[in-house]
Design a protein around this ligand. Structure first.
Ligand code: 13P
Length: 318
């Protein structure tokens, strides 16, 4: 299989391992080489597995060949250093079958098909077709059931629908997906305390009900950034007001991890750190025109964030 040739990890195996050991693998969304290098270095330092996620629009606008080359080089280097961590490359929120075909051929480890707004049985039929395709390449397949509120890239979902546990079990059994993203109160973007979840609590009962029937099945949590308060405070001092920005507390995330949540998707947190670091640099070093200095500072701040997040999610919760 192509992803193995590149030394990339098998996402399904990484998620099952996380489930068995009560931790979650971070799924970090990546929009730039700077982020990529910061997350790879953070994985090296912490010696923990990570999943690098490319969005469907990123697949067509980023230089994926270069991204793959950088990842391959890092994996080779880690092997030489006897660092045994696994790194997977994942396509996030795909809506087009051609995108899934493309990444299977390119050597991604896994894909998520987002059919969350489809009619249930049509969704199952389509997912069965996608599963045949991904299985051919041994690519891990993530599905989604329920509707998650919020802003994911340029798409805004204005409604929310919790995942129905019985439907989730039927969906998993009939489609053969390897993992399932659920809607239990998280939302994409900066405002996670909102009309749909005014207390920031997760619907843990949904996870319990799925787990009763599917003991070790990996569940995925989207919209799970924690929106660190210190970042919002720093931005405020720099003149940027994000007063409604609130994330999901670590305590809630930990409750989910012991109930089979094996991957936590994070995009917004790293965008916030990126922009805070960039603004901070430009504010504090008004006459420093060295692009390398700016890159180094932003990358360093991102790496610190990733290290902290990886350590939080991958410590055995029980
Ligand atoms: P956040 O907006 O909470 O970072 O969620 C990102 C996500 O779920 C990507 O799939």
């Amino acid at each position: 299989m192509k992803y193995e040739e590149y030394g990339l990890g098998n996402t399904k195996e990484m998620l099952l391992e996380a489930n068995m050991n009560n931790y979650a693998v971070p799924g970090f969304n990546c929009d730039s080489i700077l982020q990529l290098k910061a997350m790879l270095d953070a994985a090296e330092v912490t010696k923990k597995d990570i999943i690098i996620q490319i969005s469907e629009s990123g697949l067509y606008s980023l230089d994926i060949e270069t991204i793959l080359e950088i990842i391959k080089r890092k994996i080779k280097y880690l092997k030489e250093k006897n660092n045994k961590i696994k790194i997977a490359l994942h396509l996030d929120h795909a809506k087009k079958i051609e995108s899934i075909k493309k990444v299977c051929l390119m050597g991604f480890s896994s894909v998520m098909f987002d059919g969350s707004n489809m009619e249930f049985y049509k969704h199952i039929e389509l997912m069965k077709e996608i599963e045949k395709l991904t299985k051919e390449y041994d690519v891990t397949l993530e599905g989604e059931l329920g509707i998650i509120f919020g802003k994911e890239e340029k798409n805004i979902t204005k409604t929310m629908q919790y995942t129905d546990p019985q439907s989730a079990i039927e969906f998993i059994t009939k489609t053969g997906v390897d993992s399932l993203a659920v809607s239990i109160g998280t939302s994409h973007g900066i405002d996670k305390i909102n009309d749909w979840n005014s207390e920031g609590k997760l619907k843990i009962d949904i996870l319990k009900e799925i787990r009763e029937k599917m003991l070790n099945f990996p569940i995925v949590l989207h919209g799970a950034s924690s929106i660190p308060e210190r970042e919002i405070d720093k931005l405020e001092k720099l003149g940027v007001k994000l007063s409604t920005a609130r994330g999901i507390e670590d305590e809630e995330i930990n409750k989910a991890i012991v109930l089979n949540v094996a991957k936590i998707n994070i995009n917004t947190d790293s965008k916030i750190v990126f922009f805070r670091a960039l603004r901070e640099f430009l504010e504090n070093k008004k006459t420093d025109l060295e692009i390398r200095d700016i890159n180094e500072y932003v990358k360093g701040e991102l790496e610190k964030y990733y290290i902290e997040k990886i350590n939080k999610l991958t410590k055995n919760i029980k």
